[in-house]
Design a protein around this ligand. Structure first.
Ligand SMILES: C[S@@+](CC[C@H](N)C(=O)[O-])C[C@H]1O[C@@H](n2cnc3c(N)ncnc32)[C@H](O)[C@@H]1O
Length: 192
């Protein structure tokens, strides 16, 4: 079973597989993540792996334009229903399998990337291409947030600590926020 089929099956079995709407861990993490974004407003953001849209709806309050993407058709439908995209011209919801597929990058680049609980599902080669494409599509001075759970699970291909250390070592980035706790890591970097 491919990763895409695995996630599709999870969403078909349950509309909220990680209890993002109700679990205290998820609700608290979302508040921390939003508070960690240094700017009050962003011009054009990209949120790959948006899932059922719980974070997406909160990001829309801070962004003029938001591209949200997921490779699961069910996740896209749930996100769409949650946000009622038809009435929002600021949300561009796309079915994409990152990093192979990527949205159109706005002129000058995105000024915010939000990668929450996604990058550890990528293989080593996908991760290399993912970080390359993130960097290429981020505007100078743009912010890149990553947030990942630190424990083990059968479908994780990367450890959160290694992942964050690798991205943080990139000399094109400087660290703005570094939040560490036993359950998850949250970093915000700025592109130089
Ligand atoms: C654990 S959920 C996280 C959802 C949301 N970002 C959050 O933090 O609550 C991971 C999401 O990433 C999506 N996903 C995983 N790998 C992906 C890929 N290569 N391309 C696009 N979406 C992917 C899954 O379908 C799922 O919706």
């Amino acid at each position: 079973m491919s990763q895409r089929q695995h996630f599709e099956a999870l969403y078909q079995a349950c509309a909220d597989p990680w209890n993002v709407q109700t679990a205290w861990y998820e609700r608290r993490k979302r508040q921390l993540l939003l508070a960690a974004l240094p700017r009050e407003r962003y011009r054009h953001a990209f949120e790959p792996g948006c899932g059922n849209g719980e974070m997406t709806i909160a990001l829309l309050e801070r962004c003029d334009q938001l591209v949200a993407a997921d490779f699961s058709e069910s996740a896209i439908l749930l996100c769409n229903a949650r946000i009622q995209r038809e009435s929002r011209r600021d949300l561009h919801l796309q079915k994409l399998e990152v990093p192979r597929q990527w949205p159109q990058v706005p002129d000058g680049g995105f000024d915010l990337l939000v990668v929450s609980e996604l990058a550890y599902y990528l293989s080593d080669s996908e991760l290399g291409l993912f970080s390359e494409r993130c960097l290429q599509s981020l505007a100078p001075g743009g912010h890149w947030l990553m947030c990942h759970w630190r424990h083990e699970a059968a479908d994780l291909l990367q450890a959160a600590d290694t992942l964050h250390a690798q991205m943080g070592a990139n000399t094109a980035l400087r660290s703005l926020v570094e939040h560490r706790e036993p359950d998850f890591l949250l970093d915000v970097w700025e592109k130089l």
